[in-house]
Design a protein around this ligand. Structure first.
Ligand SMILES: C[S@@+](CC[C@H](N)C(=O)[O-])C[C@H]1O[C@@H](n2cnc3c(N)ncnc32)[C@H](O)[C@@H]1O
Length: 356
């Protein structure tokens, strides 16, 4: 693995938290990814959470996000990760490195540039977003126009601004280029995604337009970051000041990091032991014949009533037909939650209950 692919999570954590509804009785499997969503689940204090990623560096990144609050105060933490400007990041790293596993601290020591620039900006996907934002967006809209767009007083005004000022031919051209499937595949997404078809680029434009019509950007840190490189008035849960102490005080016996493939991890997991699954959009990395054994293992390792949530970006994925009676879709909740999705990348969010 060459580096960090996702230094943030680009799947709406509110949807995930509501779909999984974590309690103190839960044993959770969560794809680590950029860490933001796994940490949001950990903050809900499950009995245990297994954070799994086949890319070890995603686990190192999440260790860093999880453990730095033990030493850094909230303001230093925001500086350290890159939420705020700082010249002290390498100094902060010296203070926190001993809290990390040897593999994680060694990796970051060898990649001081990742720390110095602020880890939250260092993923392949975030670098792609920031390249377009820094170098091409200024040719489409001035800083002032971007600022006005993301700071409209209400949704109605935002829609008017979008139609009258923002949605120009230059913007459409910019967006078409930025969301071009080949560019995304080569420069933004992890190697191995999209085992199969690719949909038309224009879908992203329609999805984004629908989002602009329903989500007030001022409170949408995902779009705020995409357009400004900062979070604005909202932020991921793990960065909230009210969660800082809890994150720093998390009991290490309640979480484990595993560098592993989901299937291989599940094969080592006892029957009837897991209750909640955050599978990110990992089915996008699997051909249908590779996904079937994962579903069989999910059913085997689940307790009755376990909940599985995942996203589909460009390829729709549903569980194998043979498991229909044991893997029951919660379409109503999917519909209710996706109406509030703060992102436009995904064509669907899936929630299933395991019945045994
Ligand atoms: C599925 S990717 C998608 C990221 C996401 N869409 C986002 O926006 O943040 C998230 C993580 O899943 C990991 N991953 C993908 N397939 C996996 C598998 N079969 N087992 C373990 N980790 C996997 C990748 O290494 C990556 O770090």
């Amino acid at each position: 693995m060459s580096g960090i692919n996702y230094s943030q999570c680009w799947e709406d954590s509110d949807l995930l938290e509501q779909a999984l509804d974590i309690t103190a009785h839960d044993t959770v499997l969560s794809i680590t990814s950029g860490g933001d969503n796994s940490l949001a689940l950990l903050l809900r204090a499950p009995k245990k959470i297994f954070m799994i990623d086949k890319n070890p560096i995603q686990n190192y990144l999440t260790e860093l996000k999880l453990r730095a609050p033990q030493i850094l105060d909230h303001a230093q933490y925001l500086e350290f990760l890159g939420v705020r400007e700082s010249k002290n990041r390498l100094e902060y790293f010296k203070q926190v490195s001993h809290l990390l596993s040897l593999d994680a601290s060694t990796w970051f020591l060898q990649h001081g540039d990742v720390i110095a620039q602020g880890v939250m900006h260092s993923g392949k996907f975030e670098r792609y977003l920031n390249t377009f934002r820094k170098f091409l967006l200024p040719r489409v809209h001035s800083k002032q126009t971007v600022f006005e767009f993301i700071n409209q007083a209400n949704l109605e005004k935002q829609i008017t601004f979008y139609n009258q000022t923002w949605n120009t031919w230059r913007w459409r051209l910019f967006f078409r280029l930025a969301s071009n499937a080949s560019l995304l595949k080569k420069y933004a997404r992890q190697v191995g995604t999209l085992c199969g078809g690719v949909i038309a680029d224009t879908n992203y434009f329609k999805r984004l337009e629908r989002l602009i019509y329903r989500s007030h950007l001022k409170h949408n840190y995902y779009l705020h970051y995409s357009l400004c490189g900062t979070y604005g008035e909202s932020c991921p849960n793990y960065l909230l000041e009210t969660n800082h102490r809890t994150l720093g005080a998390c009991d290490p016996s309640t979480y484990e990091f595993h560098t592993d493939d989901i299937l291989s991890f599940l094969k080592k997991t006892p029957n009837n032991s897991l209750t909640k699954f955050n599978l990110s959009d990992s089915f996008e990395f699997l051909a249908p014949e590779e996904a079937a054994p994962v579903w069989n293992e999910i059913v085997r390792t689940s307790k009755n009533g376990a909940v599985v949530a995942y996203w589909c970006n460009q390829m729709e994925h549903v569980p194998p037909h043979e498991l229909k009676s044991q893997v029951v879709r919660n379409a109503d909740l999917e519909r209710t939650l996706t109406a509030y999705d703060r992102l436009y990348f995904y064509q669907s969010f899936h929630i299933y209950t395991i019945v045994k």
